[in-house]
Design a protein around this ligand. Structure first.
Ligand SMILES: Nc1ncnc2c1ncn2[C@@H]1O[C@H](COP(=O)(O)OP(=O)(O)OP(=O)(O)O)[C@@H](O)[C@H]1O
Length: 268
């Protein structure tokens, strides 16, 4: 059996002076799975994502990613945030290539760039062209972020992450600032991405429909301390016609019920 992509073992975490968010929390996420994380505001969704990203550090327990304990951010983990974070003075193409520049600056040090990375300008150009075109924004590569719609900016941010060939994709509320039709369009893009690449991905969301559309497995967190993880199996995530199906409505209804119960437990 191959090792899980993410193996969380006995995690304890709290911010200084606050009550614990995770206590003896263990969970495995297998290679190739698409996960959603949902839960009430302040329950620790982003905190968990940042722990997996190596931006937060456990007080106790261990988090392994691709078999190695996480002590700091790893170069092969891709992170997409709600606020796309594009450089306003650089074009879409320059923004997309930013990661290559940073990797080129530091060299293959294992921190900013994988230790086996080699500099290959032709490969970098091919990857940039591929992902800009795959995301449908190649015609915008000479534009600046201020000239793009929000959805186009988020596509550029995704391209910038994907050109670096991550083996794990973490997304924190990536589409929450977008209007519903654009958000649904980008969810379809990510469904297609997962079908084609089978990259392990985790999306933090507060949106029940988004959790059901994107996550083959849905982790439900609670705003009291998280101990035993609650995981909902959601095998129909990514089906192109899911939104129109009864399965979708049923799953959203079930998740809404769980979240309401969890909130009530939190208030009790
Ligand atoms: N850097 C920090 N220092 C101290 N407390 C923090 C920090 N970041 C988050 N918190 C607190 O920890 C708790 C969990 O925060 P987190 O951002 O992980 O929640 P979330 O589930 O992602 O919330 P939301 O859905 O509102 O984004 C909250 O009570 C938050 O106020």
């Amino acid at each position: 059996m191959t090792a899980p992509m993410i193996d969380i073992d006995g995690l304890r975490f709290r911010y200084r002076g606050l009550s614990p968010i995770f206590e003896d929390f263990s969970l495995a996420m297998e290679k190739g799975e698409a996960w959603s994380i949902i839960g009430p505001s302040g329950c620790g969704k982003t905190t968990l994502l940042y722990l997996i990203a190596g931006l937060n550090h456990p007080e106790a327990g261990l988090i392994l990613v691709a078999g190695a304990p996480i002590k700091r951010p790893r170069p092969r983990t891709g992170l997409v945030l709600q606020d796309h974070g594009l450089l306003p003075w650089a074009t879409v193409e320059e923004n997309t290539r930013l990661g290559f520049k940073i990797r080129g600056f530091y060299g293959p040090d294992g921190k900013h760039s994988p230790e086996d990375a080699t500099k290959d300008p032709d490969a970098e150009k091919a990857l940039t062209d591929h992902w800009l075109s795959w995301l449908g924004i190649d015609h915008l590569k000479g534009q600046y972020p201020g000239q793009l719609s929000r959805g186009q900016r988020q596509r550029a941010a995704i391209a910038r992450t994907l050109v670096l060939s991550p083996d794990l994709l973490l997304m924190d509320e990536p589409f929450s600032a977008l209007d519903a039709p654009i958000r649904e369009e980008l969810q379809r893009v990510m469904n297609r991405f997962h079908r084609e690449t089978k990259l392990t991905s985790i999306t933090v969301t507060h949106d029940i429909e988004e959790a059901v559309v994107l996550g083959e497995k849905i982790l439900v967190l609670t705003d009291t301390v998280n101990t035993t993880p609650m995981v909902i199996e959601n095998p129909h995530a990514g089906d192109p016609d899911l939104r129109q199906s009864k399965k979708f409505l049923d799953q959203c209804h079930r998740l809404r019920g769980l979240l309401e119960n969890k909130n009530r437990e939190g208030e009790a």
